[in-house]
Design a protein around this ligand. Structure first.
Ligand code: FES
Length: 85
């Protein structure tokens, strides 16, 4: 499914760029950069953010060891938040 009509980015392309270890994108703009483009109208940001949160939660945030201290996506893993509390 195309999630960014300006850049013709699919949900699969967004998910594919999230599996990059310590370099994983943390914002929709970083996803665009990862895919070699830049945001234009911005309408896709909410959808890309939702894909990021779902994919990274399902993958137990694979980049946690590389960027956990500065990565805001750590907050989407409720199991980790429960452990830390
Ligand atoms: S739909 Fe993604 S920048 Fe316009």
């Amino acid at each position: 499914m195309i999630v960014c009509s300006c850049n013709v980015l699919s949900d699969g392309a967004v998910r594919a760029c999230l599996d990059r270890g310590a370099d994983c994108p943390r914002t929709p703009a970083q996803v665009h950069a990862c895919l070699g483009c830049s945001p234009k109208c911005g309408r896709c940001a909410r959808t890309i953010r939702a894909i990021m949160q779902t994919a990274l939660a399902e993958a137990a945030h694979t980049c946690a060891t590389g960027c956990a201290t500065g990565c805001s996506l750590v907050k989407v893993a409720p199991a980790e938040a429960d452990i830390a509390a």
